[in-house]
Write a protein that binds this ligand. Structure first.
Ligand SMILES: Nc1ncnc2c1ncn2[C@@H]1O[C@H](COP(=O)(O)OP(=O)(O)OP(=O)(O)O)[C@@H](O)[C@H]1O
Length: 706
């Protein structure tokens, strides 16, 4: 792959030729009273989605999440959902429109606004008919300002302008690819949602040039079995968003993905996104519908990632065919083609025109070149017709501006000739994966950031080591002088191993230091304690990774929760039943049980355990205050409470470990050199945490200094 870096400010003829001046546009509408500008498709989407959500709320399917004031400010243009129930057919129609929203043209969007009374959600005013708005920033180049230019809206055109040079570097052969990372600029109608829609953003684009007659990819076998979540154009045009899980091999075989090279890059995009930490269950590939496709594309798939704003396109992967190279070549007259030596020459017979230069020049004088051009641009049937007319004595041809010329057999002869072709000339097709780095980074941060159930203020960023800015945190337990040489030794050894580390020797507690670095996304931590000074050992800690509940643990976890909740209810009933009517403390055990039940169900086991013990005390208090005959019941309650406790302890064993447990459990110990070797391999991803645990024993807090 050849990397290039081309200019951002681009002369206008480049984008006139590529079609961007005429067609790189979005549809916008204006608020008829305030003049507020809205992107037409976004307006329809916001309003219809809000109506569908309002319908769900009215039916009691899902409550609308409450927006706090901050969010309200951010989502100024988001339509508010009124809890209004809609007719079933209307909901169906709205869902169908939303599924194929990207396929509507401007007039169709205008029609939708009228038909469904879609207004500006902020003002409730009508909106105008959609008009096209070109997304490029115009400027002028040079001191006189007479050369118009544009800030590039994509890096791709820079690749195409340099095609001949790139082809030379690749010895005139395809396939090969060029790559560029750089800023692009789009005058977005409504730039919102943080980094998701901005007017200036970083793109990483690959242009892969292939033979149009052979779009196989030599490494396709490596990715053939990669299973993807696909939302193809047929499903969308039926108004559905039902996805298919399918290997890329099968999708190419069935023609869902147009060709192997496109399929290869889609699979590689998937692998890349998952490798950097995007949650694969929130990633899908959506095919563009016919109207939605950019003017240059013949097939296009977007890698869409789900985040707090919904499904967002983060990478586009298009087959741009020969469009760009052909238009630039036509405009400049410079052939952007590949010349390939044929193994077997191709022999063909065809009609060929031969000009008698002397007579031709004398007859047509200044128009000779124009007449020759007209004849040369004729195809086989036209030449045959002309040949017939010449055989009759003369033929008349007309130029584009309507001028007539009479040709005679003296000036021009047409004969059938044999041609031997040993070179094949073709314009390569281009497959283009186009990454928006801001969108990828934003969704990655969203997918990686979480907080502990019992401490929502304490955030954790579970970044894979590959992308984490700091790979290892070195934490000396004390700021005492004897730690300094050790810290320096570990830091130097990690640097030599190519592992970027940082020392946190601040005065705060070790817990706070861990927490701070968990939030910064540092995946590993090594701790130097007093045992390190004495025995040269070091502990290794991995930042907990929130992957959701693994399937294998999901059912035991759910059943344990159900069991625990049932036990709470059971306890509650026992307490209730054991209340002697004369007791002056009837509410205390009752309230305690309610607190326990709430804690158990919400998973807050520390508080639950505390209240559990309190319930015994309550039982004893009740015991001392009731009549003799009521005591039997209270003793029975205490006994049953004890049995319940045993149950809870047992179910604790099969319960899904909480994050705090993973925090403290995931500590290993070893000699400084062993730990450095293991953490280096972890950072390089050549081993996983399981292998690290096999190599280093667990740290149980006992291997400390005597
Ligand atoms: N305004 C923007 N802000 C941030 N990233 C963007 C923006 N526009 C495009 N991108 C990124 O560039 C990539 C390739 O651009 P492409 O032209 O395919 O986007 P697009 O289809 O115009 O996007 P959209 O439909 O969201 O406007 C997108 O997948 C996206 O990640």
């Amino acid at each position: 792959m050849l990397e290039l870096d081309t200019t951002i400010m681009t002369p206008a003829p480049v984008f006139e030729t590529s079609g961007h001046v005429a067609r790189f546009a979005d549809w916008m509408v204006k608020d008829t009273k305030t003049g507020d500008v809205l992107r037409a498709d976004h307006l329809v989407k916001n309003v219809l989605e809000a109506r569908v959500a309002g319908d769900k709320e009215a039916r009691g399917v899902a409550a609308q999440p409450k927006e706090d004031d901050k969010d309200k400010k951010k989502k100024k243009k988001t339509a508010k959902a009124a809890a209004v129930q809609l007719a079933d057919e209307v909901v169906k129609e709205y869902e169908s429109i939303l599924a194929q929203l990207d396929n509507y043209s401007g007039p169709e969007l205008g029609e939708l606004c009228r038909k469904h009374a879609i207004k500006n959600p902020d003002t409730d005013n009508e909106v105008t008919e959609p008009v096209q708005f070109n997304l490029m920033f115009a400027s002028s180049i040079g001191p006189t300002g007479q050369h118009p230019g544009f800030l590039r809206p994509e890096t791709a055109q820079g690749h195409f302008l340099n095609f001949s040079r790139l082809l030379d570097f690749n010895n005139g052969r395809v396939p090969f690819a060029s790559a560029q990372i750089g800023r692009s600029f789009r005058n977005e109608i409504s730039p919102r949602a943080g980094l998701l829609r901005v007017r200036e953003f970083t793109m990483a684009e690959i242009e892969h040039y292939v033979d149009p007659e052979d779009k196989r990819h030599e490494r396709f076998a490596d990715v053939r079995d990669t299973v993807l979540v696909l939302l193809d154009r047929h499903v969308q045009s039926e108004g559905s968003t039902e996805v298919k899980h399918m290997s890329v091999g099968e999708a190419v075989d069935k023609g869902i993905i147009a060709n192997e090279t496109l399929g290869y890059f889609i699979a590689r995009i998937y692998q890349y996104l998952v490798k950097i930490g995007i949650n694969p269950s929130r990633l899908r590939f959506r095919q563009h519908m016919a109207n939605e496709m950019a003017h240059y594309a013949t097939d296009c798939w977007d890698a869409e990632i789900h985040n707090s704003t919904g499904w967002t396109e983060c990478v586009g992967c298009a087959d741009r065919a020969a469009y760009d190279l052909s238009v630039h070549s036509k405009k400049t007259g410079h052939p952007l083609v590949v010349r390939q030596a044929l193994k077997e020459p191709i022999v063909t017979e065809k009609e060929a025109a031969e000009f008698n230069k002397k007579v031709f020049g004398k007859t047509f004088k200044g128009d000779a070149a124009t007449v020759q051009k007209i004849v040369e641009s004729m195809d086989e049937p036209q030449l045959l017709k002309l040949k017939g007319e010449l055989a009759q004595g003369s033929a008349t041809i007309t130029s584009e501006d309507g001028k007539e010329f009479t040709l005679t057999p003296e000036a021009l002869t047409i004969e059938r000739k044999t041609f031997k072709q040993s070179i094949r000339e073709f314009t390569p097709n281009v497959i283009e994966p186009s990454f928006g780095l801001g969108r990828i980074l934003y969704t990655l941060l969203e997918h990686s950031f979480w907080s502990r159930e019992q401490d929502v203020e304490r955030g954790v960023l579970s970044l894979p080591p590959l992308v984490a800015p700091t790979k290892v945190l070195i934490v000396p337990l004390s700021a005492r002088e004897e730690f300094t040489p050790l810290v320096q030794e570990v830091s130097t050894k990690l640097r030599k191993a190519g592992v970027f580390s940082r020392v946190d020797d601040s005065n705060t507690s070790i817990g706070k230091r861990y927490a701070r670095n968990d939030e910064l996304g540092t995946p590993y931590g090594v701790t130097l304690d007093f045992a390190s000074v004495q025995n040269r050992t070091m502990t290794l800690r991995s930042v907990p990774c929130f992957t959701g509940i693994p399937c294998s643990q999901f059912y035991p976890w759910v059943s344990s929760r159900i069991l625990r909740s049932s036990i709470c209810l059971f306890r509650f009933l026992i307490v209730f039943a054991s209340q002697p009517s004369s007791s002056h403390l009837p509410l205390r055990p009752l309230m305690t049980m309610c607190v326990i039940a709430t804690c158990e169900v919400s998973g807050n086991r520390h508080t639950s355990a505390l209240y559990c013990r309190l319930s015994y005390l309550n039982g004893l208090l009740v015991l001392s205050s009731v009549r003799t005959e009521g005591r039997v019941l209270v003793v029975a309650f205490l006994f049953l409470n004890f049995v319940c406790d045993m149950f809870v302890m047992l179910t604790d064993r099969c319960a899904f470990p909480t994050d705090s447990e993973r925090d403290t459990m995931d500590q290993r110990i070893g000699s400084i050199d062993d730990v450095i070797a293991v953490v280096t391999e972890l950072v390089q991803s050549s081993i996983d945490w399981t292998e690290a645990c096999r190599r280093l024993p667990a740290y149980d807090g006992v291997q400390a200094v005597e």
